[in-house]
Design a protein around this ligand. Structure first.
Ligand code: AMP
Ligand code: MG
Length: 344
């Protein structure tokens, strides 16, 4: 397939003709990459089994990893579920549209391919105006994982999508860089507690504040599954695949206190090892040939910059990316999670 056309849309005022073209393509069963505030999504009609199957083929994504259904409003979210607990209303009213995905018992008409055979469906209202305009025009829920090949770094620009999946989608909508920059927080509401299946920029403390007084506790799931492991049972929490969000280069993570050890290891590796890129917030390294990239010390700004930095390192042909681990603070949980998976 030739490279997909790239259509640039002004987020402040997305051209209705462009949106209509993308919506028509989705309704015909095609694949459209589109901007969201988290990362760019690879979209297909969530109710069209074959269209959703095409997402898996394009990404090389294993069938056990379910996709998130994107919807324009709460009514459309509820329509995909068979139970809608009070906590879903509470979280939806506080965080939607926004980077929060809710996992709920699935309605029978949601195809199994979209949920990887699970009895639960993941739903989200994205905040990007282009995504919302597309969802309204399409009139169907849009299943969309990140628009990258499986295990690779998620795209936060249309150019990232083009480089990774340009020959495998029908159309790419360019709505500028993603404002949040990492994938949504995924919260399972199928049980009595709100269980964080995948941390993101909406932190556990934010969820606790929203759910205060409702009797619904917030807990973070700890199970990690291997991306190698073909398991018979569908994965409960597939975003937890251990290697994911990973650049091609080796990745070393270090705590600021380990800086001397990293300096020694870099010196031992030597210049012949190729281009070394360091993403640092507070430390400096004494490795003279490492290319240093200063990362913000604020989590929101860091999240906005992270994937672009990893893509740039790959594009520059880095053999090693050395990354200072952010603080062990709840606000950094989503970023620490992505960095740990990138390093595996
Ligand atoms: P991606 O689109 O690649 O960022 O991944 C979507 C993620 O959403 C999955 O990897 C899971 O973490 C989560 N997810 C989607 N559907 C479900 C579901 N039915 N149950 C639990 N988690 C889900
Ligand atoms: Mg992904």
């Amino acid at each position: 397939m030739a490279d997909a056309p790239l259509l640039t849309l002004d987020p402040g005022n997305p051209d209705p003709m462009g949106i209509a073209r993308a919506a028509a393509l989705l309704r015909r069963g095609g694949l459209v990459a589109f901007p969201t505030e988290t990362v760019y999504g690879l979209g297909a009609n969530a109710l069209d089994e074959q269209a959703v199957a095409a997402i898996y083929t394009a990404k090389g994504r294993p069938a056990w990893n379910p996709v998130i259904a994107h919807v324009p409003d709460v009514a459309a979210a509820r329509a995909l579920t068979r139970a809608w607990p009070a906590a879903a209303d509470t979280l939806a009213s506080v965080f939607w549209p926004g980077p929060l995905t809710l996992v709920l018992p699935k309605a029978p008409h949601v195809p199994d391919v979209a949920t990887a055979g699970l009895d639960a469906v993941a739903v989200r209202i994205p905040a990007h105006p282009v995504a919302l305009a597309l969802l309204r025009a399409a009139g169907v829920p849009i299943a969309a994982p990140s628009a990258n090949r499986f295990t690779q770094v998620s795209p936060t620009t249309a150019q990232h999508v083009q480089a990774s999946l340009g020959d495998r989608v029908g159309l790419i909508l360019d709505g500028g860089p993603s404002a949040v920059g990492i994938e949504s927080t995924v919260v399972d509401l199928t049980g009595p507690e709100a269980v964080i299946l995948r941390p993101g920029m909406i932190a556990a403390a934010d969820l606790e504040v929203a759910l205060r007084g409702t009797g619904v506790a917030v807990r973070t799931a700890t199970a990690t599954v291997s991306h190698h492991a073909p398991t018979a049972a569908p994965q409960r929490s597939p975003g937890m695949a251990d290697r994911h969000y990973a650049p091609r280069a080796d990745v070393w993570l270090f705590d600021p206190a380990q800086q001397p050890e990293i300096d020694t290891a870099l010196a031992a590796r030597g210049q012949a090892a190729g281009l070394v890129i360091a993403l640092l917030s507070t430390t400096t390294l004494s490795a003279p040939d490492a290319t240093i990239r200063r990362m913000p010390d604020d989590p929101a700004a860091y999240a906005r910059a992270l994937y672009a930095a990893l893509h740039a390192a790959d594009a520059a042909g880095a053999s090693l990316i050395v990354i200072e681990r952010p603080p062990a603070d709840d606000r950094w949980a989503g970023l620490r999670d992505r960095l740990a998976r990138a390093a595996r």
